[in-house]
Design a protein around this ligand. Structure first.
Ligand code: DSN
Length: 396
């Protein structure tokens, strides 16, 4: 590169990321092909609008890129273009969720989503997010005793508040979601069902996590987590007389965004092609096997795992353990000093603050991409245990 300052920083980040054990549940390592597409000339082109209906001339090639990304997205999740549409222009997960609400929920309407401290996302209606300012959140959480979703409770809340849309899908909930039950609850109050499978896209594509498509009206996923692609999002909508797909296209452009990032869309197409291979199915299976091993090993070493385990790529560890352990911030900091990267995270019914919560969130997609298996997870659990206990003994 001619820009030596930025070149140096890119190299530094590359070296940092290679040196550490990366357990951020929402991160991954993309292929060279994805990087190449991201760094391509496609970044130069303005293509406001949608394929074959653009506002600028010169889009004969970009139309093919976007058509290909859409076709691959539908094929990966075994969706017929007659029944499902997909929008590939959302820049990332948060704007994708906002676009869905903009399309389907009147301003001031109700979004029923999981509370942040129970594993939901800011864009599920939290008050600090635009989604909590333009719409009103009806929060739900997990059961205090089991720390898993109690569908009867969710049903009661829905009947009481009559939300316009119910969001199923989370950033820090480790268990399987019963999408059928969510459908029944949504039907009981006439609400749309949005499944935010941002964390789960690669697991659903790999066939190792239940598919939400038989039940949802809209399914959103980011591409950069378990799907191992560039930062981006896909919004799938059921095609029927409600015209959800048309409303969502309009919400993305011209509602919220301008020119799509065609280099990003090309990289999405590359990642979707990779996710359709048999090797990806093996990868997805290994992500979960690794998470289960990490969870069991940490539990065996005396750490409390929220909900007692995991069915997915992530686990929540209660490091604080009612004052007998270590706070989430201290745990994250000391692990980083030892080249293990996790994020501090609230646990359900947390009495501590989000800046220093009671737990950490740990995920296996990134290290599984690097070829780690169950035996490596055992060693990682032992390392985490030694580091945290040493820090705890210093604080006594
Ligand atoms: N920041 C993402 C995560 O880590 O889950 C969600 O937006």
């Amino acid at each position: 590169m001619k820009d030596k300052q930025i070149e140096k920083l890119i190299k530094e980040e590359s070296a940092r990321s290679k040196k550490v054990i990366n357990l951020i549940a929402s991160e991954n390592y993309v292929s060279r092909d994805v990087l190449q597409a991201l760094g391509s000339e496609l970044t130069n082109k303005y293509a406001e609008g949608y394929p074959h209906k653009r506002y600028y001339a010169g889009n004969s090639v970009t139309d093919k890129v976007e058509d290909l990304a859409k076709a691959r997205a539908l094929k990966l999740f075994k969706l017929s273009p007659n029944s499902w549409a997909v929008n590939v222009q959302a820049l990332s997960g948060s704007p994708a969720n906002v676009a869905v609400y903009l399309a389907l929920v009147p301003t001031g309407g109700k979004i029923m989503g999981m509370s942040l401290d129970h594993g939901g996302h800011l864009t599920h209606g939290h008050k600090v997010s635009i989604t909590g300012k333009f719409w009103k959140q009806v929060p739900y959480g997990v059961d205090k005793k089991t720390e898993v979703i109690n569908y009867e409770e969710i049903s009661k809340i829905a009947l009481e508040h009559k939300p316009d849309i119910i969001v199923a899908g989370f950033t820090a909930y480790p268990r399987k979601i019963d999408f059928k039950k969510f459908r029944e609850i949504a039907d009981s109050v006439g609400a749309y069902l949005l499944v935010d499978m941002s964390h789960l896209g690669g697991l659903v594509a790999g066939g190792v996590y239940p598919s939400p498509f038989p039940y949802a009206d809209v399914v959103m996923t980011t591409v950069h987590k378990t799907l191992r692609g560039p930062r981006s999002a896909l919004i799938f909508s059921k095609k029927d007389s409600r015209n959800i797909d048309i409303l969502i296209d309009k919400a993305i452009f011209p509602g919220m965004q301008g020119g799509p990032h065609l280099n990003q869309i090309a990289a999405v197409a590359v990642a979707l092609g990779e996710a359709a291979t048999p090797a990806f199915k093996i990868y997805a299976k290994q992500i979960i096997a690794n998470a289960k091993e990490l969870s069991a090993s940490l539990a065996g070493l005396g750490w409390r795992i929220v909900s007692g385990g995991t069915d997915s790529h992530l686990i929540l560890v209660d490091t604080w353990m009612d004052g007998k352990g270590i706070g989430g911030k201290d745990a994250t900091d000391v692990l980083e000093k030892n080249d293990i990267i996790v994020n501090k995270n609230t646990i359900p019914f947390d009495t501590r603050s989000p800046m220093d919560p009671s737990g950490i969130r740990i995920g296996t997609p990134a290290e599984t991409t690097r070829g780690k298996k169950e035996k490596d997870m055992k060693k990682i659990a032992e390392k985490i245990d030694v580091i945290l206990r040493k820090e705890m003994s210093k604080k006594k």
